[in-house]
Ligand binder design. Structure first.
Ligand SMILES: *[C@@H]1O[C@H](CO)[C@@H](O)[C@H](O)[C@H]1NC(C)=O
Ligand SMILES: *[C@@H]1O[C@H](CO)[C@@H](O)[C@H](O)[C@H]1NC(C)=O
Ligand SMILES: *[C@@H]1O[C@H](CO)[C@@H](O)[C@H](O)[C@H]1NC(C)=O
Ligand SMILES: *[C@@H]1O[C@H](CO)[C@@H](O)[C@H](O)[C@H]1NC(C)=O
Ligand SMILES: *[C@@H]1O[C@H](CO)[C@@H](O)[C@H](O)[C@H]1NC(C)=O
Ligand SMILES: *[C@@H]1O[C@H](CO)[C@@H](O)[C@H](O)[C@H]1NC(C)=O
Ligand SMILES: *[C@@H]1O[C@H](CO)[C@@H](O)[C@H](O)[C@H]1NC(C)=O
Ligand SMILES: *[C@@H]1O[C@H](CO)[C@@H](O)[C@H](O)[C@H]1NC(C)=O
Ligand SMILES: *[C@@H]1O[C@H](CO)[C@@H](O)[C@H](O)[C@H]1NC(C)=O
Ligand SMILES: *[C@@H]1O[C@H](CO)[C@@H](O)[C@H](O)[C@H]1NC(C)=O
Length: 882
C-alpha cells in the first residue's frame, strides 16, 4: 500500500510539533529554586557521607540534578528526596552482626529540611543517622524536639506526604510531638528506631488527619492503650506495630477506627464534607500487623467488623480463647496469620468463606477438632498453609484433589498418614512437618517430591527408611529426630544445610566425604550428631571448604582427627565430642583460624593442650580426654573465650596466672553471648543458633546464651589459686574440684560478683572460708567439701547450703555442720565434738554431682529459625531451651 498524502501531512505536523515543543522546553528549562538549594546544602552540612552519595550536591550544579533530588517540572521546587541506603546480605552473616552501614549516610538529620515547603516524599531509610535536631548547626540537643518549636519554625505549610526514616538504628526519639505539625503525612515509617519508652506515641500520630500508613515496627513501644475506646485516626489503612513490647489485651480503639469512618461516610454526609480535603473517600483499615508482642486475652468478635481487612497478622503473642467465627465475615482477607498463640477451640467452619485467602497460618496454638478437605475446599488461591496443633486431627480423603497449589506448608502432629494430596502439590518449595507419628507412603515417592523443594524440615517424626540411596537436592535439609537409618545419603551441590541429628544412620562417612566432586559443594552446615556412624573421619575434608559447622558428636567415630580438616578455613563450629577419637589434635587445625566453638570432649585424645588455637574461640571443650602437661599460658590470649572446659584430663602444674587477660572473663561481656549465623537464600533465610552443653551448678544444661565458665576439675593441678583469678569479674562458674590445689581462698573472691557456682572440693585448700563469700548473691552451688578449711563457717555463707557443701574439712565447725565450734561449745556447754565420719565413700555417693538428663534446645520456626545443638549430653531426651 502507498502512504496516503494525509499520512505524510500528519507526519510533518508531528515533526513540527516536536521541534517547537523541544525549543520551548529548552528556553523554559526549569532551574532549581535557590531557597530550596540552600536548605539542601544546609542539610548536607549535618551529614557524614563516607561513600560520596551527595558528591553531586554542589552549588554549581542545578540542585534538581543532584542525586536523590526531584523537582517539580513547572515550579522547580524540590518535591522528593530519595536517599535510602542499600546494605548487602551476604549468604552467611554471623549471629548478632548488624548490617554493615559504613557506606551509609550518618550524622544529623536536621529538621530544617522541612523548610522545603513543597517536599512531598522523603526517604532516608536504612541509613546510619545518629540524631534528629532542629538545626544541624545550632547548639540544640540531639532528639530534643517539641511541637511548639516546629510550628514556630515551619508554620503549617509542609506538604510532606511520605516520611521514611526506618532502620536508622541509632536514632533515638524521646517523643513524637515533632510529627504533629506534618499535617499532610500519609505515610510514616519509623521502624527500628528506639522511641523512648514512656512517650505518649499514639496521640501525636492520631492528630495526622491524612495518615494512611503507620509503620512502627521494632520501636520498643510498651503501651498500646488497651482501654482507650477511640483513637482519632481518620484515614488509617495500614497499621504495623509488630515486634514491640506491648503487654495487654488487644486495644478497642482498633475497632472504632473503621466504625467511626463508615459511620460518617455512610450516614452523615454533612460531616464528611467537613473532613480535610485530602481524605478522598471512605477509607478503612486494610492491613493490621501486631505480631511479635506480648498481647494477651481473646480476639474480640468485633474483628469481624473490620470489613476492609486484607491482612491480619496477630502471630507470636499470647492470645487465647477461640478464633472468632466472625473472622469468616472478612471477605477481603488474603492473609490471616494467627500462628504461635494460645488459641483453642476448633478451626471455625466459616473461615471456608474466605475464598480470597492466599495465606492461612494458624500453627502452634492449642486448636482442637478435625480438619478435613471441607475446611479447605474454597481456598483456590491458597499459597501458604500452616496447621499444627497437638489436638488437631487431620482427616483427608486420600483421593482429594485440592483446588490450590501451595508454595509453603507446615503441618504437625499428624497421626495416621501424611495427607496424600501433598504429593499433588507441584509448586511446593517449603515443607515443614513436625511431631508426627506418621510417615510418607510410599517413602521413595516422597524423596522424589523432595527434590523439587528448597527447604525441608521434618523434625521429630517417625520416618523410617534407608537413606543410603536417597539423593537430596534441597538447599536446607533439616531431618532431625526421625528414625532414618542406613548409610549417609547422597547430596547434590545445591545442598547448603544437612542436618540429620538424632537418627539411626550407621556405617562409615568415607563414601560421602570422599566422593568424586565434579562440581564444587556448597555445604555449610553438616550435623550428623547422635547417630551410629562408625569408622574414622577419613582424610577427604579438602573437598568441603565451604563448611562452617560440623557436628559429628555422639557417634562411634574412631581414629585420629584428620589433617585435612585443617583445610576448612571457613569453619566456625567443630564438634566431635563423645566419640572414640584418639591421638593428638593435629597442628593443621591452626588454619581453622575463625573457630568459635571447638568441642572434642569425651574422647581419648592425648598429648598436650594445643597452644596455637584460634584466638576467635568462644567455647573450648577438651574435657574427659587424656590430655597431659600443663595448661599453656597461650590460653590467656583467647580474648573471646567464655567456656573453658579442661576437666577430667591429666593436666599437671599450676593454673596460669594470666587468666584475667581473657577479656570476656573480666566482665567485658561480648555484645551477644549467642553463637550462630544467619544463612540468606533467595526468598528465605534461616538462623542457626548453637547451644552449648555446660556442666555448671551441678547440672549439665544446654545453653543458647553462653556463660563464662572455667572447669579444670579432675586433673593433677597443684599450687595455689593464682591471684589473678580474683580479677575475673565476669566469671559465672568455677570448678577446680578433684585436684591437688592448696593455699587459702582470698577475701577478694567478693570481686567475682556474677558467680553462680563454685566447686573447690577435694583439694588441699586451707585457712578460713572467706567471709566475703556471703556477698556473692547469685551463688546457687557451693562445694568446699574435703579440704582443710578450718574455723567457723562464716554466717551468711551457710545460707541455703547444706552440710554437704562443707563436710570432709575436719577443722571446720558451726552450722550447717553438726560439730560445734570450740568458742560456741564453751557457751553452750555440753555436747561433745563429733568425730569425722570414716564412711567416706558412702557420703561421696550422696553428694557427688549427678548429671541431669536434660537434652538440647532447638526450635524450628515455620519460615526457618533453626537452633542447632552443637554439644550434647550423654542422655539427651527432653528439649530444653534456655
Ligand atoms: C524507601 O526506600 C526503600 C529502599 O528503596 C524502599 O524499600 C521503601 O519502600 C521506600 N519507602 C517509601 C515510603 O517509599
Ligand atoms: C524551643 O526551642 C528553644 C531553642 O530554640 C528552647 O529554648 C525552648 O525551650 C524550646 N521550647 C520548647 C517548648 O521546647
Ligand atoms: C497555621 O494554621 C492556623 C490555623 O489552623 C493559622 O491560624 C496560622 O496562621 C497558620 N500558621 C502559619 C505560619 O501558616
Ligand atoms: C479528630 O481529628 C480531626 C482532624 O485532625 C479533628 O478535626 C477532630 O476534631 C478530631 N476529633 C476528636 C474527637 O478528637
Ligand atoms: C467505640 O467508641 C465508643 C465511644 O466513642 C465506645 O463507647 C465504644 O465502646 C467503643 N467501641 C469499642 C469496641 O471499644
Ligand atoms: C457476618 O455478617 C452478617 C451480615 O453482615 C451478620 O449478620 C453476621 O452476624 C456476621 N457474623 C458474625 C459471626 O459476626
Ligand atoms: C479455651 O481456653 C480458655 C481459657 O483460656 C478456657 O476457659 C476455655 O474453656 C477453653 N476452651 C476450649 C474449647 O478448650
Ligand atoms: C574419581 O575420579 C578419578 C579421576 O578423576 C578416578 O581415577 C577415580 O577412580 C574416581 N573415584 C571414584 C570413587 O569414582
Ligand atoms: C555440575 O555443574 C554443571 C554446570 O553448572 C551442571 O550442568 C551439571 O549438571 C552439574 N553436575 C552435577 C552432578 O550436579
Ligand atoms: C597479659 O596481659 C598483659 C598486659 O595486660 C601482658 O603484659 C601479658 O604478656 C599478657 N599475658 C599473656 C600470657 O598473654
Amino acid at each position: 500500500m502507498d502512504a496516503s498524502p494525509f499520512n505524510i501531512e500528519l507526519f510533518l505536523l508531528c515533526l513540527l510539533c516536536s521541534i517547537i515543543f523541544n525549543s520551548v522546553m529548552c528556553s523554559l528549562k526549569i532551574h532549581c529554586n535557590e531557597k530550596d538549594m540552600n536548605t539542601l546544602l544546609h542539610f548536607k552540612q549535618g551529614l557524614i557521607d563516607p561513600s560520596g552519595v551527595l558528591s553531586s550536591w554542589f552549588p554549581e550544579l542545578d540542585c534538581c540534578e543532584w542525586s536523590g533530588v526531584k523537582c517539580d517540572d513547572i515550579t522547580g521546587r524540590v518535591t522528593q528526596l530519595y536517599l535510602p541506603c542499600y546494605t548487602n546480605h551476604p549468604q552467611l552473616v554471623p549471629y548478632g552482626n548488624k548490617d554493615d552501614k559504613s557506606h551509609c549516610l550518618s550524622g544529623v538529620f536536621s529538621l530544617t529540611l522541612l523548610e522545603l515547603e513543597f517536599l512531598n516524599y522523603l526517604n532516608l531509610s536504612n541509613n546510619d543517622l545518629k540524631c534528629i535536631k532542629y538545626n544541624s548547626i545550632g547548639s540544640h540537643e540531639c532528639n530534643d524536639l517539641s511541637t511548639e518549636n516546629l510550628t514556630y519554625l515551619f508554620g503549617n505549610t509542609t506538604k510532606l506526604h511520605y516520611l521514611d526514616l526506618s532502620y536508622n538504628y541509632d536514632l533515638l526519639v524521646h517523643n513524637l510531638h515533632w510529627i504533629s505539625p506534618l499535617t499532610s503525612l500519609q505515610y510514616l515509617n519509623l521502624g527500628g528506631i528506639y522511641i523512648h519508652k514512656d512517650i505518649d506515641w499514639l496521640q501525636p500520630v492520631t492528630m495526622l488527619p491524612s495518615l494512611e500508613e503507620l509503620h512502627l515496627v521494632s520501636c520498643q513501644l510498651e503501651n498500646i492503650y488497651p482501654s482507650l475506646h477511640y483513637a482519632n485516626f481518620t484515614s488509617l489503612q495500614v497499621l504495623n506495630l509488630a515486634h514491640n513490647d506491648f503487654v495487654s489485651e488487644l486495644p478497642t480503639w482498633l475497632f472504632n477506627l473503621s466504625s467511626h469512618i463508615s459511620h460518617i461516610d455512610v450516614s452523615q454526609n454533612q460531616i464528611h464534607s467537613q473532613l480535610p480535603r485530602t481524605l478522598p473517600c471512605f477509607r478503612s483499615l486494610m492491613s493490621l500487623v501486631l505480631s511479635r508482642n506480648y498481647l494477651k486475652g481473646t480476639i474480640p468478635d468485633w474483628f469481624g467488623q473490620l470489613e476492609q481487612l486484607q491482612e491480619l497478622d496477630l502471630s507470636q503473642n499470647f492470645l487465647s480463647g477461640p478464633i472468632p467465627t466472625s473472622l469468616g465475615n472478612l471477605s477481603s482477607l488474603t492473609i490471616l496469620i494467627l500462628e504461635t498463640n494460645e488459641l483453642n477451640g476448633s478451626l471455625p467452619d466459616n473461615l471456608g468463606q474466605l475464598f480470597n485467602l492466599e495465606t492461612l497460618r494458624v500453627a502452634a496454638n492449642s486448636l482442637t477438632g478435625v480438619v478435613s478437605e471441607r475446611n479447605l475446599l474454597s481456598f483456590s488461591n491458597l499459597r501458604e498453609l500452616s496447621l499444627s496443633s497437638p489436638g488437631l486431627v487431620f482427616d483427608f480423603d486420600s483421593e482429594w484433589v485440592p483446588p490450590f497449589q501451595l508454595k509453603r506448608i507446615r503441618l504437625g502432629y499428624v497421626r495416621n498418614k501424611f495427607p496424600a494430596w501433598l504429593f499433588k502439590q507441584s509448586s511446593l518449595k517449603y515443607l515443614t512437618i513436625g511431631d508426627s507419628s506418621s510417615s510418607f507412603e510410599p517413602l521413595d515417592k516422597f524423596w522424589k517430591l523432595a527434590t523439587q523443594l528448597e527447604f525441608i524440615s521434618l523434625e521429630r517424626n517417625i520416618i523410617n527408611g534407608d537413606m543410603s540411596n536417597v539423593l537430596l537436592n534441597s538447599k536446607v535439609v533439616w531431618l532431625v529426630g526421625n528414625n532414618l537409618g542406613g548409610g549417609m545419603p547422597r547430596i547434590s551441590p545445591e545442598v547448603v544445610v544437612l542436618h540429620l541429628r538424632n537418627n539411626s544412620l550407621s556405617g562409615s562417612m568415607s563414601t560421602f566425604l570422599c566422593q568424586n566432586m565434579t562440581n564444587k559443594t556448597n555445604l555449610v552446615h553438616l550435623n550428623m550428631a547422635n547417630n551410629n556412624l562408625s569408622g574414622d573421619l577419613t582424610d577427604c575434608w579438602n573437598n568441603w571448604e565451604s563448611l562452617v559447622l560440623i557436628n559429628l558428636g555422639h557417634n562411634n567415630l574412631k581414629g585420629k582427627i584428620p589433617n585435612s580438616m585443617g583445610s576448612l578455613s571457613n569453619l566456625r563450629f567443630l564438634s566431635l565430642g563423645s566419640n572414640k577419637l584418639s591421638g593428638e589434635v593435629p597442628l593443621s587445625l591452626k588454619n581453622c583460624h575463625n573457630l568459635w566453638i571447638f568441642d572434642v570432649g569425651h574422647n581419648n585424645l592425648s598429648g598436650v593442650i594445643p597452644s596455637w588455637l584460634a584466638q576467635s574461640i568462644k567455647g573450648l571443650k577438651l574435657g574427659s580426654n587424656q590430655f597431659s602437661g600443663t595448661i599453656p599460658t597461650q590460653m590467656c590470649q583467647l580474648h573471646s573465650l567464655m567456656v573453658m572446659d579442661f576437666s577430667s584430663n591429666r593436666l599437671s602444674g599450676s593454673i596460669p596466672n594470666c587468666l584475667h587477660n581473657i577479656t570476656t572473663m573480666v566482665g567485658n561481656y561480648a555484645s551477644t553471648r549467642r553463637v550462630g549465623f544467619i544463612l540468606n537464600f533467595p526468598g528465605f533465610s534461616i538462623t542457626v543458633v548453637t547451644s552449648i552443653q555446660i556442666l555448671t551448678k551441678g547440672n549439665e544444661l544446654s545453653y543458647v546464651d553462653l556463660m563464662n565458665v572455667i572447669d579444670l576439675s579432675n586433673n593433677n593441678l597443684s599450687g595455689n589459686v593464682p591471684s589473678d583469678m580474683y580479677m575475673l569479674t565476669g566469671l559465672q562458674s568455677l570448678n577446680l574440684s578433684h585436684n591437688h590445689l592448696m593455699g587459702t581462698i582470698s577475701e577478694e573472691i567478693l570481686n567475682l560478683k556474677p558467680l553462680e557456682s563454685i566447686d573447690l572440693s577435694r583439694n588441699n585448700f586451707s585457712g578460713q572460708i572467706p567471709r566475703s563469700m556471703s556477698t556473692l548473691h547469685y551463688l546457687e552451688v557451693l562445694n568446699l567439701s574435703f579440704n582443710n578449711f578450718l574455723g567457723k563457717i562464716p554466717s551468711g555463707t551457710q545460707l541455703g547450703f547444706t552440710d554437704l557443701s562443707y563436710i570432709g574439712n575436719p577443722s571446720l565447725c558451726g552450722p550447717p555442720l553438726t560439730n560445734i565450734c570450740p568458742q560456741d561449745k564453751e557457751l553452750h556447754g555440753t555436747k561433745p565434738m563429733e568425730e569425722e565420719d570414716d564412711d567416706d565413700d558412702e557420703k561421696h555417693e550422696i553428694y557427688s554431682w549427678f548429671y541431669m538428663g536434660l537434652g538440647i534446645g532447638f526450635a524450628v520456626g515455620f519460615w526457618g529459625v533453626l537452633v542447632s545443638a552443637i554439644f550434647f549430653n550423654r542422655r539427651c531426651n527432653h528439649a530444653y531451651m534456655h
